[in-house]
Design a protein around this ligand. Structure first.
Ligand SMILES: [Zn+2]
Length: 119
């Protein structure tokens, strides 16, 4: 079983992990999505989101952009991060399962917004 969290605005992949509206969490078995749920982003506190998602047993995080600190924390926890993704959240999760989703390694420091991005 595998859990994929897509940082989203509604059904679309967000550009900013730390500032996303919700996480669409897809649980997959044998590369097929079996359940999906949407949980609100509980808010932006330093170091909070990586632990929040780790506690939910997430294996993979998909986002448009993400702060370098958050990527590092996920790596330490053995959670894979895929960045530079746009479009439909479920389509992105399915592409990941099919092995066709590529990470651009996009880090968020270039983006113009206040504060960090999920670090
Ligand atoms: Zn950002």
């Amino acid at each position: 079983m595998m859990k994929i969290a897509v940082a989203s605005e509604g059904q679309m992949v967000t550009g900013h992990f730390g500032h996303c509206e919700n996480f669409n969490i897809f649980t997959a078995e044998n590369k097929q999505i079996v359940t999906e749920e949407s949980i609100r982003n509980p808010g932006h506190k330093p170091g909070f989101l990586p632990n929040f998602l780790n506690d939910r047993g997430v294996n993979v995080i998909i986002s448009g952009g993400m702060g370098a600190g958050a990527i590092e924390i996920f790596a330490e926890k053995g959670i894979e991060t895929i960045t530079g993704v746009t479009g439909d959240a479920k389509a992105a999760a399915e592409a990941y399962l099919n092995g066709t989703l590529k990470s651009s390694g996009s880090v968020c420091h270039d983006h113009e917004h206040q504060g960090n991005c999920g670090d």
